[in-house]
Design a protein around this ligand. Structure first.
Ligand SMILES: *Cc1c(COP(=O)(O)O)cnc(C)c1O
Length: 219
């Protein structure tokens, strides 16, 4: 199956109000371009170097999301390259983003990454700490705009456990939305990948990050 066919099949199944992020790690610019030509509008990148190469070669309009682990010393570059950062999990990182956005005259919408599986050595803030982080970032920073939550969930194991992780993230998302935290706008919930996008959507995702199901296995 070609990228074009894969995208067409996904677009036919994804309901209105849910957008697909083409998770492009390990793919070249031609592949990214084909996915956009087939009808996608968001590219997700994990690595700054790959993103820089792809952005310089792909001229089709798109929104670029950073979905990898962001180190503080790479934030300046990330601010140049991306329209959204989906993986903010600390005040420290948000402060660095704020500083670089101010220098660049930009605003960066961000999602707070939740470690919904409570896995050791995993990125993301623990579910019980997410609300406080959202509030602190929303209160302290003008250019870092909290617009929702993102979660990966455990990558192996029982699909029922993954679904429970999605559910808990959704509950958090709804609570924060109800609380109407000043300075934050809970609009996006990013959860679900190639093997779990349907579960993600059933549990309330507005963004699903799909790689191999679009591009085939990574090289
Ligand atoms: C690679 C990646 C994806 C997509 O994974 P697939 O299983 O290939 O769909 C989604 N989210 C993040 C954060 C990723 O790194």
């Amino acid at each position: 199956m070609s990228i074009t066919e894969n995208v067409a099949k996904l677009l036919a199944k994804v309901p209105a109000g849910v957008r697909i992020v083409a998770a492009a790690k390990g793919q070249n610019a031609a592949a990214v371009d084909e996915a956009l030509r087939a009808g996608l509008s968001i590219v997700g990148e994990n690595y700054l170097q790959e993103a820089e190469a792809a952005r310089s070669e792909v001229d089709r309009p798109a929104e670029w999301h950073f979905i990898g682990h962001l180190q503080s010393n790479k934030v300046k570059k990330a601010v140049e390259l991306f329209d959204m950062t989906e993986t903010v999990d600390s005040v420290h990182l948000a402060a660095e983003l704020e500083k670089r956005c101010e220098q660049a005259g930009k605003v960066m919408p961000v999602l707070i990454e939740v470690n919904s599986g409570r896995e050791a050595n995993k990125s993301g803030v623990l579910p019980e700490e997410a609300a406080a982080l959202v509030r602190e970032i929303a209160e302290r920073f003008a250019r870092v705009r909290v617009t929702g939550l993102m979660t990966m969930g455990p990558l192996t194991g029982d699909p029922a456990d993954l679904r429970e992780c999605f559910r808990e993230t959704r509950r958090l998302f709804e609570e924060l939305r109800r609380d109407a935290v000043p300075g934050a706008a809970m609009r996006e919930l990013s959860m679900g990948m190639s093997g779990s996008w349907e579960a993600g959507i059933e549990e309330g995702a507005t963004l699903v990050r799909i790689g191999t199901r679009i591009f085939g296995p990574r090289i």
